[in-house]
Design a binder for this molecule. Structure first.
Ligand code: MG
Ligand code: MG
Ligand code: MG
Length: 307
């Protein structure tokens, strides 16, 4: 029997670390299946940096869950963000910190959701609740995910529980949160080797609301203008995606993780929704969004409400 554990498509650090950490937790909880941590896409540079730092192998790259007897979803629930054949799989557990949408099962399951900043914060609580000790390496992986999702606690998604978990995990891993965290986040901002298409796919999510289909991609940087040097190439790739995926709106958000601001390129027949949502004017397909860093809290609800 095989248990696959996977995070979302375009895996971010939390999706990758949660799959690894959940696999360890399942073993400790007595799951006797072959437990296989998985990922649904390439690693980003931040995640690569972390896995190298802690000398841990990446989860297995998969594009289907057909070989799994059961699947555990971490860091997502929406089938739009999962394996293409997820609707025919047996989902046994979900551990997640997102809104519940586009999710349905035929059988009962464990579903653990909390409105905290990171899936690894919930996993930390599950270790505590079950009296399972966390070793140095797993503590480092969980800490990294919390730093990543919370942008070193600066994101509005960050809660006191995330800070508490990170503080405890840093003690176990014997890591200085600020210096390690900054190095780790900066490793993720090296976008120099990506083509425009790849740039759009580093961290991209698709949504449906009020009959409209929209895509919100996000990259982290320490220099927004550096990314915008390739603006026309990026726009070309966005327009290709709009026509091939019948999107009404494509928002490519470039987030300055040091100053906590974003600029977004917005294209599509519903681009004006962004003007309405933020009370801004699109100029040259571009908007400046001061203080906006979180897609989950500061973009998706605002766009959904106005589209
Ligand atoms: Mg995620
Ligand atoms: Mg997450
Ligand atoms: Mg994310």
């Amino acid at each position: 029997m095989k248990t696959f554990i996977t995070g979302h498509k375009c895996p971010d650090t939390d999706s990758v670390m949660s799959a690894l950490v959940m696999a360890n937790l399942e073993k400790n909880l007595g799951n006797t299946n072959e437990i296989i941590p998985c990922r649904l896409g390439n690693l980003n540079k931040e995640t690569e940096y972390i896995l190298n730092y802690f000398k841990v192998d990446a989860p297995k790259l998969i594009d289907s869950v057909k070989d799994a007897d059961e699947v555990i979803l971490v860091d997502h629930n929406s089938f739009l963000e999962s394996a293409p054949d997820i609707s025919s799989a047996k989902i046994s557990k979900v551990v997640d910190h997102h809104r519940i949408a586009n999710f349905e099962t035929t059988e009962p399951l464990f579903y653990i959701a909390e409105p905290v900043g990171c899936t690894c914060t919930i996993l930390y609580e599950l270790y505590m609740m079950n009296n399972i000790s966390i070793d140095k390496t797993y503590a480092g992986l969980m800490l990294s995910a919390i730093i990543s999702d919370s942008l070193l606690f600066k994101s509005p998604t960050c809660t006191p529980k995330d800070i508490e978990a990170a503080t405890e995990l840093a003690k176990i891993a014997n890591i200085d949160i600020n210096s390690y965290g900054l190095d780790m986040l900066k490793a993720g901002t090296d976008l120099s080797s990506f083509t425009p298409e790849e740039l759009l796919n580093i961290d991209s999510k698709e949504f449906n609301a009020n009959g409209a289909k929209f895509q919100i991609a996000q990259v982290s940087t320490v220099d927004i203008d550096e990314v915008l040097k390739n603006k026309s190439e990026i726009e070309k790739a966005m327009n290709n995606s709009i026509s091939s995926n019948s999107l009404d709106l494509f928002m490519f958000t470039i987030t300055d993780i040091l100053n906590c601001n974003s600029k977004a390129i917005v294209l599509g027949n519903k681009a004006s929704v962004v003007e309405k949502a933020y009370n801004v004017t699109i100029k040259d397909n571009l908007v400046f969004l001061p203080g906006v860093v979180s897609r989950k809290k500061q973009i998706v609800p605002q766009i959904t409400e106005n589209i």
